[in-house]
Design a protein around this ligand. Structure first.
Ligand code: NAD
Length: 483
């Protein structure tokens, strides 16, 4: 088989198998071929993973931060050295074009390892003067963290979660999406090769039930999920029962506002990036593109021209710009949304259906004259389907952009600097761009508001989500007790 790993799970520093677990077939979505067969984690595998994490964590937390950082930096170097083969595996696992996986997936993961390696040794506390006495604070690791990944950026997600967790002295048990289970196993191998002690990063495979069993374990201090809102609500509730820390990176229906004075080419290019990259399977995509009426005709014309030129095809060909969706199930879902948009009266500008008979390919699709009430303006499609809506005034656009339960991301395109900041200030979203879209450097915190999430990944903000404050009061004189 093309991409069969040595075993399904990676626990306590080595590969582990338990064929009693239900089968997971890994499918290359460009052809439908089965490229690996794995098994879900059984109770015994989960127990081994959690026990080894709990066992290894205290000694890891007691190390000097620079020593932990050195191991993460080594792992980042190994990722960069092996990027071509890792990118190929990511393409087989997800169907994303190699043109993207070579530059976006593992490289962004390596950035996270380097960044948090740099940050960890700088994390300290404060001293609080209290007259004769004083207090101080320290930031401690949380303990065992569970990471649960989505299928759209499987290896990046594994890195974005494990890098801050490990840098700050935690252990992690990571469950990849059952749709894309391969990359996280490579990360576990690389960590061990870089010198990470066994047990600190374990990978267990499985569907939702494995995830919820991990989240419910009493040894777990924190859960970080990337997934849909519906899953987030379940996982958050389970975590609440144990009063565990959470980071929730969930779905969105983010707006991009394009004003008449915007640079046309930049706005069109960004709207395409924010709808077609990874065949539209990006949580922060700007899937409601609000275009001011004065620029609408020119915007749609350039958008149609540039979209028609997108090269769809073999994901392993470096010239290919768009691959298939991740699975046949996702294909059916996206085609369903396209048919609904047509039935609800949106104007099809280009695309609008499946491409070819084999594989889960969808043509890059643009609908214009979309209204706020249409299904494609309300629900997350997670495919290459852009909805263009028009507007007259700034106030109207902001109000309509905010009329959603999601709050992941937002973008604005305008040459008026004052308006840019005013509009971004008024938009309800956790991650925003002005005259840019979907750039997520590790230095910048990333996450959502409203139903789109809780907590932040990346940036200094992530330190707070993988550590906790301990306050220590120091008495410097006699104890003043009334008894
Ligand atoms: P999903 O919610 O179906 O699954 C996400 C993960 O949760 C998978 O690993 C799955 O096995 C697991 N899971 C499912 N049910 C569970 C349960 N009851 N308990 C514990 N774990 C459970 O999401 P998906 O289809 O893999 O990914 C697409 C979704 O993820 C989209 O909504 C997208 O917007 C979102 N997403 C968000 C971000 C972000 O950073 N905000 C990034 C990528 C994807």
């Amino acid at each position: 088989m093309l991409a069969q790993p040595r075993a399904s799970h990676f626990v306590d520093g080595r590969y582990m198998e338990d064929k009693a677990g239900a089968v997971i077939e890994v499918i290359y979505p460009a052809t439908g071929a089965v490229i690996a067969v794995l098994h879900e984690a059984t109770a015994a595998v989960m127990e081994a993973a959690l026990a080894s994490a709990a066992r290894a964590q205290a000694a890891w937390a007691a190390m000097r931060p620079v020593e932990r950082a050195r191991i993460l930096r080594k792992a980042a170097d190994l990722i960069r050295e092996r990027n071509p083969e890792l990118a190929r595996l990511e393409t087989l696992d997800t169907g994303k074009p190699i043109q993207e996986t070579l530059v976006a997936d593992w490289p962004s993961g390596a950035d996270a390892l380097e960044y948090f390696a740099g940050i960890a040794p700088t994390v300290g506390g404060e001293t609080i003067p209290l007259g004769r006495d004083f207090a101080y604070t320290i930031r401690e690791a949380l303990g065992v963290c569970v990471g649960i990944g989505a299928w759209n950026y499987p290896s990046q997600i594994a890195c974005w979660k494990s890098a801050p967790a490990l840098a700050l002295g935690n252990a992690m048990v990571f469950k990849p999406s059952e749709v894309t289970p391969l990359g996280a196993l490579k990360l576990a191998e690389i960590y061990i090769e870089a010198g990470l002690p066994a047990g600190l990063f374990n990978v267990v495979q499985g569907r939702g039930a494995v995830g919820s069993a991990l989240v419910s374990d009493r040894r777990v201090a924190k859960v970080s999920l990337t997934g849909s809102v519906a899953t987030g609500q379940k996982v958050y509730a389970l975590a609440a029962a144990g009063v565990r820390h959470v980071t929730m990176e969930l779905g969105g229906k983010s707006p991009i506002l394009v004003f008449d004075d915007a640079s046309l080419e930049d706005a069109v290019g960004a709207a395409m990036l924010g709808n077609f990259y990874s065949a539209g399977q990006v949580c922060s995509n700007g899937t409601r593109v609000f275009v001011q009426k004065g620029i609408k005709a020119r915007f749609l014309q350039r958008l149609a021209e540039r979209t028609a030129a997108i090269r769809l095809g073999d994901p392993l060909d470096e010239a290919t710009q768009m691959g298939p969706l991740v699975s046949a199930a996702q294909l059916a879902k996206v085609l369903g949304y396209i048919e609904t948009a047509k039935a609800e009266g949106a104007t099809l500008i280009c695309g609008g259906g499946q491409a070819g008979a084999d594989g889960a390919f969808v043509l890059p699709t643009v609908f214009a004259d979309v209204t706020d009430a249409m299904t494609i303006a309300q629900e997350e499609v997670f495919g290459p389907v852009m909805a263009v809506l028009d507007f007259d005034s700034e106030d109207e656009a902001v109000a309509r952009a905010n009329a959603t339960e999601f709050g992941l991301a937002a973008g604005v395109f305008t040459a008026d600097i004052t308006r840019a900041h005013r509009v971004i200030g008024a938009l309800q979203a956790g991650t925003c761009w002005i005259n840019a879209y979907n750039l997520t450097p590790v230095e910048m915190p990333f996450g959502g508001s409203k139903l789109s999430g809780v907590g932040r990944e990346n940036g200094r903000a992530a330190v707070e989500h993988y550590s906790q404050v301990k306050s220590i009061y120091v008495g410097m004189g006699p104890v003043d007790s009334p008894y």
